[in-house]
Design a protein around this ligand. Structure first.
Ligand SMILES: N[C@@H](CCC[C@H](N)C(=O)O)C(=O)O
Length: 292
C-alpha cells in the first residue's frame, strides 16, 4: 500500500490516497501501521477521500485504530497533500469535510517543503453535554479537580472532539505521562478525552503539551491547542490571539467570537510502500483479515 508520511508541528500521520474509495482499513491494521518501531510509526492515519459537500474529505484514525471526529494538525497535512496532488486548487481557500463538520483551509505559503496553512476550525463549544463530560454544570471553566494530593484547575471544551485543558505552573516538569492517561480514561468522560497541559506565559503566549486520546503523549495537538486557548480566554487568562509553543513546533490560534482559527506548518517527511506481510505483525494481520 502506497503512503505518504507527513507531520505538522511534530504530530505525525500516515496519509493514504483513497480518492477512488477502494481502501477500507480495519482497526488492527491501522494500529499495526501506526505502531512505532514495528510499523511505519505515526500518531494517526488519514484517508484522503472524495466529498459530496466539500472539496475533499478527511477520514481520520488515531494510532490505536479508533476513530476521531477531528484532527487539527492532520487537516493541515491533508490540505497540503491534496494541494500537492492537485486534488484541490490551493491558489484559493477550500473546504475539507470531517466528522466534525466543514473546515475552511487556506494555504498561505510554501517554502523549502514546509507549507504554512491557516484553518478555520469552526466553533468551540463549552457545553458539557456536547463535549461530552458528565456534570451537573452546563460548562466547566476554571473548575478544581483533585489528583492525588494536588488540586488542579481545568476547563473543558469541544472542537468536534473532546478536550480538557489543565493549568500547570511548568509544563516541562509536569508528570504528563501519569496524569494524562488518568484523565483520558476518567469516568467523567464517557467518550474518553484529550488532555492538554498549559502554562500561561503571557496574555498572548502559552507553552503546552497534550496527552491524546487513542495515542498517548504527542508533540502537538491542533484541536487541543484551539480548545485550550478558548478555555484560557474564557477564564480571562489570555487574549484572542495566542502564540502556542508546543514540543514539536508552534501554532498561532485566533479567536473571533466562538470561531477558532489555527495557523501552522505541514510537511511531507517521506513516501513509501507498506508491506502487509511482516512476520512480527502476523497476529495483527490475521485479526485484520478476520474483520474484512
Ligand atoms: N492530533 C490531533 C487530534 C487527533 C484526535 C484525537 N486524538 C482524538 O481522539 O480526539 C489534532 O491535531 O487535533
Amino acid at each position: 500500500m502506497n503512503f505518504t508520511k507527513m507531520q505538522g508541528a511534530g504530530n505525525d500521520f500516515i496519509v493514504i490516497d483513497n480518492m477512488d474509495n477502494s481502501i477500507e482499513l480495519p482497526a488492527p491494521l491501522i494500529e499495526a501501521m501506526c505502531r512505532p518501531h514495528f510499523g511505519i510509526g505515526a500518531d494517526g492515519l488519514i484517508l484522503v477521500e472524495p466529498s459530496e459537500s466539500c472539496d475533499v474529505r478527511m477520514n481520520y484514525y488515531n494510532q490505536d485504530g479508533s476513530i476521531a471526529e477531528m484532527c487539527g494538525n492532520g487537516v493541515r497535512c491533508l490540505a497540503k497533500y491534496a494541494a500537492d496532488a492537485g486534488i484541490v486548487d490551493a491558489s484559493k481557500p477550500f473546504e475539507v469535510e470531517t466528522r466534525a463538520g466543514k473546515i475552511g483551509v487556506q494555504v498561505l505559503e510554501s517554502y523549502r517543503g514546509v507549507s504554512t496553512i491557516r484553518v478555520s476550525m469552526g466553533s468551540v463549544s463549552f457545553e458539557t453535554q456536547e463535549i461530552p463530560v458528565i456534570s451537573d454544570k452546563t460548562t466547566l471553566l476554571g473548575e478544581k479537580i483533585a489528583y492525588k494530593d494536588q488540586e488542579l484547575i481545568y476547563g473543558c471544551a469541544s472542537m468536534g472532539n473532546p478536550h480538557m485543558a489543565v493549568l500547570v505552573e511548568n509544563v516541562d516538569s509536569f508528570p504528563i505521562e501519569e496524569v494524562g492517561p488518568y484523565f483520558e480514561n476518567h469516568p467523567m468522560f464517557p467518550n474518553k478525552c484529550n488532555i492538554s497541559f498549559a502554562e500561561v506565559i503571557s496574555p498572548d503566549s502559552i507553552a503546552m503539551d497534550t496527552w491524546e486520546r487513542g495515542v498517548g503523549r504527542t508533540l502537538a495537538c491542533g484541536t487541543g491547542t484551539c480548545a485550550t486557548v478558548a478555555v484560557l480566554h474564557r477564564m480571562g487568562l489570555v487574549g484572542n490571539k495566542v502564540h502556542a509553543c508546543l514540543s514539536g513546533g508552534d501554532l498561532v490560534i485566533e479567536l473571533d467570537g466562538k470561531t477558532v482559527f489555527m495557523t501552522g506548518p505541514a510537511k511531507v517527511v517521506f513516501t513509501g510502500t507498506y508491506e502487509m506481510q511482516v512476520p512480527n505483525e502476523e497476529e495483527a494481520l490475521f485479526a485484520a483479515l478476520r474483520e474484512l
